[in-house]
Design a protein around this ligand. Sequence first.
Ligand SMILES: *Cc1c(COP(=O)(O)O)cnc(C)c1O
Length: 366
Amino acid sequence: MIKFLDLHKINNRFREDFQASFSKSLDDAHFILGHNVTNFENEFAAYCGTKFCVGTANGLDALTLILKGYIQLGKLKRGDKVVVPANTFIATILSILHAELVPVLVEPDPKTYNISVDTDKTIFVDAKAIIMVHLYGQLADAENFKKIAKEFNCLLIEDAAQAHGGISNVMHLKAGNLSDAAAFSFYPSKNLGALGDGGAITTNDKELVEALKLLRNYGSKEKYNNKIIGFNSRLDDMQAAFLSIKLKTLDADNDIRRSIAKAYLKGINNTKIKLPFYDGSKNHIFYAFVVEVDDRVGFTEFLRKNEIEYLIHYPIPPHRQEALQSFSYFNLPLTEKIHKRIISLPMSPVMTEEDIQTVIRILNSY
Ligand SMILES: *Cc1c(COP(=O)(O)O)cnc(C)c1O
């Protein structure tokens, strides 16, 4: 059986360091917003190249708090439109709804699956923000979207939950530093994953950071002095310590993922399988290696029979979910077509050469 993602093997590499930091936290007993959170925030901001990082409880909250933060600063208001790709994980869209804003769903570029610069520009005229999702780990076209955001006076936000460490080959900046503010998730399966939930926001905007620090902690800077209506969405201190340990290997892990992708792209040669677009640069961290097939039911049966684990990111588009029935009027044929055809193959920094060759051999025999 070839695992899609062997979380045990991934995390077991850090077992001793995790145990030492757990013991230290147990001794320090500073469990909420302790020095581990501050340390990690500083390290992750430095890593992304931003001035600031604010830890949150998870990626959804990171997105929601960015939007709520801009509302707090008067840069967004209830009912404002936010342009967002329709083919994303539902969290991106939920964050807009939780902030009482209005999502405007757009079709992706079928080559990269990311928000397209060819999107009808009239859509941006009355929009107040644009969220780019770096889907599957490939960076969206931030350079052009910066221009669009400027032209239409929109805020530009990144959903970087799948893109930790990706580098724009045009802007030469990292994911998290390609927009006004970026949201990260440290859900265990992400390229930088905690041993539980976690998230963060990166930005160069000091005012936003002030608002975010209040919002994530009951609206209070000083205990029992509440300035605004806040939330409880803090990055857990223990998770922050684990993330500091794993951050050191993120670049090496992303390099391994890219080399597996290159091996797949070179080795898989089957007209029934459409391989993903990759320019060979560091603008992709291969959170997922996504192929397309005409007969997904047949293909998944074939993979199961050959003991290759797979996932589908994602089987049902957000606007077709029961929870979002009021969005079902959106006409998004491209998004729906993609959702019917895609499959994610095994991809992780702990795959062996034999695993990789087995996947290639089996796919070529499909
Ligand atoms: C994982 C993910 C999120 C949400 O992160 P959580 O930490 O699970 O809340 C948001 N957007 C995208 C694109 C994701 O992949």
